[in-house]
Design a protein around this ligand. Structure first.
Ligand SMILES: Cc1cc2nc3c(=O)[nH]c(=O)nc-3n(C[C@H](O)[C@H](O)[C@H](O)COP(=O)(O)O)c2cc1C
Length: 213
């Protein structure tokens, strides 16, 4: 895997709902594997793993994925990092929660991706925050042009799986196809590599660099 940085992009708008199930922290929604379109079957498509992770769980999934697929990987880093207090969802006035309650919140993110155009498949990883995407993901999705690309979401969660995040992504990147996603409970535990590999297998994705299994 190769870490990328650089430049490129364009934009769009956001927001919405779905079903609910086992909650953990904030209100939760559960959705099966992912709103998808059968478009996930690709051969030799160049892929990029993009992720945002505040406490490392999504990062571990992203790294496992990029390793297995042999893809480039790019971390979304907010210009203003989230502190522990920012992440305290028990206090609704703290930053992460306040942002989730503001549909227009678009926290600035550092840097940009070089030659984003070259990627046909973009894995987008994030923690479930208040049953949706963290707002830095909204910033990212609006910044780039996803026309003709397939987004394959993956998230780390505390029980709520994807929540409404898939709908949020689809609204922010309406020009993208959506592949079948993977949700992981917190860090995913010891079975993470097997779970990621199984998901890739079931998803029928075969990107350049992948060794095949
Ligand atoms: C502000 C905030 C809101 C959260 N909301 C939810 C939620 O609605 N549902 C859920 O299952 N987990 C929720 N979580 C838990 C995270 O999804 C979980 O801890 C995840 O593993 C964090 O991933 P990370 O280490 O990549 O940041 C929330 C965490 C934070 C900080």
């Amino acid at each position: 895997m190769q870490t990328v940085t650089g430049q490129s992009g364009t934009k769009e708008d956001a927001n919405e709902t779905e079903s609910s199930s086992d909650t953990q922290e904030p209100a939760q929604t559960e959705e099966p594997g992912g709103s998808s379109q059968e478009e996930t079957q690709r051969t030799g498509a160049k892929a990029l793993v993009v992720f945002f992770s505040a406490t490392g769980n999504t990062k571990a999934v992203a790294e496992t994925l990029a390793e297995l697929e042999g893809t480039d990987i790019y971390e979304i880093v907010p210009e203003q990092p989230y502190t522990d207090e920012d992440l305290n969802y028990n206090d609704r006035t703290t930053r992460a929660t306040a942002e989730q309650n503001d549909p227009d919140a678009r926290p600035a993110i550092q840097g940009s991706i070089t030659d984003f155009e070259q990627y046909e498949v973009v894995y987008v990883g994030y923690p479930n925050w208040w049953a949706s995407i963290p707002m830095p993901i909204a910033s990212f999705l609006e910044e780039y042009d996803f026309t003709g690309k397939t987004i394959i979401p993956f998230c780390s969660h505390g029980g709520g799986r994807f929540g409404q995040s898939l709908t949020a992504i689809a609204k922010l990147a309406p020009d993208a196809q959506m592949g079948e996603g993977l949700s992981v409970h917190y860090s995913g535990g010891n079975s993470l590599p097997d779970d990621v590999a199984e998901w890739l297998e079931n998803n029928g994705i075969n990107v350049s660099g992948r060794q095949g299994r």
